[in-house]
Write a new protein. Structure first.
Length: 372
């Protein structure tokens, strides 16, 4: 899970609280909060307060944490006026969740559920190192429970409208099959910076069977934060498979096209795989569901296996290291065209270049039959 610490603070705070906070930042698990935040260059804290007293307490916490932390701190969440003065841009007015009692809640139940969903989705996108809830137990406990139970899958349906319209419906039906296998399933859909794609996905997700978070494709930071928060990814074949290798995120590759296009690819292609990592490694490290077998009933078992089988996950992560090492020497081919040509000739003299050069040949073949 991407959350390193989850705290719930009682109203009766005392002067020792902030010393406790300072010590907590150096508690060691597999990696401490400070270690994780140092790697990211900031400490991300997600807060929830629903009452005036909680707003005051949380604002004092924010002020003290910013003074004590050796790392820049960024806040997100729900709060009031005092927290806003410390830099929090609240998701919505905290009064929306400040409801006590059972009968009192009934008239506000639909709003309560909506705000809970918005808060969970925002926390998942923000990818906090720390989550802190101060009061509003009815809301906060439900929020923390769902956050702990969340299973996040990144979905990358493509960048062109034609492929998105074809693949998104397959992905949706796959999520329908998966939702019973996981108690709290959230789909993070990465939306390409294309006006038509954005509009299509924005309309389509209203009918999805699971909770959906849309991540704009024009934001690399949000994109890789979402990768880090995800358990695995389902993607349409393309360069995104390389991105997922960079992120060390296990994935399944899917692809469907027009029947004639699929026949043409089968006829022309001389390689057994479609994703670049598999081509370079000459091994089916990443599961592929292509053409007529690209169906929800085929994709769902592949994702479930990859979700639960740690050996399969580790196989992909370790293969990513090998794949990236094979591509790394290409970094030396830079500069002017003349210099690049000379470097390329020098580069091809080394045995370590063979796999990368073969990759370039395969890419040329792929480009040729798509252009011809």
């Amino acid at each position: 899970m991407f959350l390193k610490r989850v705290w719930n603070v009682k109203i009766d705070m005392n002067s020792r609280f902030f010393r406790v906070v300072k010590r907590s930042l150096s508690v060691s698990g597999r990696e401490s909060v400070r270690d994780l935040a140092s790697k990211d260059g900031e400490l991300r804290v997600f807060l929830v307060a629903g009452e005036v007293s909680g707003d005051i307490i949380a604002s004092r916490f924010m002020n003290s944490l910013e003074r004590l932390s050796p790392i820049p701190v960024r806040f997100a969440g729900v709060g009031g006026l005092m927290m806003s003065r410390q830099g929090l841009n609240s998701l919505f007015p905290m009064e929306d969740i400040a409801v006590m009692g059972i009968w009192e809640l009934l008239p506000h139940l639909s709003m309560f559920k909506l705000r809970l969903k918005e808060t969970i989705e925002s926390a998942l996108t923000f990818r906090p190192h720390v989550v802190l809830t101060v009061d509003s137990k009815g809301f906060s406990f439900r929020f923390l429970k769902k956050l702990r139970e969340s299973t996040i899958i990144s979905l990358l349906p493509g960048s062109r409208l034609q492929e998105v319209t074809r693949m998104l419906s397959i992905f949706s039906r796959t999520m329908e099959l998966l939702k019973n296998a996981f108690s709290e399933l959230t789909a993070v859909i990465h939306v390409a910076p294309n006006m038509h794609v954005e509009e299509y996905i924005g309309k389509a997700v209203h009918e999805w069977p699971v909770s959906v978070v849309l991540v704009p494709g024009g934001s690399p930071c949000m994109r890789y934060n979402s990768f880090s928060a995800s358990r695995l990814a389902l993607c349409t074949s393309g360069t995104v498979a390389v991105e997922l290798q960079l992120a060390r995120l296990p994935c399944v590759v899917a692809y469907r096209a027009h029947l004639l296009t699929e026949w043409f690819i089968r006829y022309k292609a001389k390689i057994p795989y479609i994703s670049l990592p598999n081509i370079v490694l000459d091994s089916p490290i990443i599961p592929e569901a292509l053409f007529e077998v690209c169906t929800p009933s085929r994709l769902a078992p592949l994702l479930i296996d990859l979700m639960h089988d740690e050996s399969l996950r580790w196989k992909q992560v370790s293969a990513a290291e090998k794949f990236l090492n094979l591509l790394h020497p290409l970094d030396r081919i830079s500069g002017s065209p003349a210099r690049s040509g000379h470097n390329l000739l020098e580069y091809t003299k080394h045995d370590s270049s063979i796999s990368s050069i073969e990759l370039l040949k395969d890419l040329t073949v792929v480009l040729q039959f798509f252009i011809s």
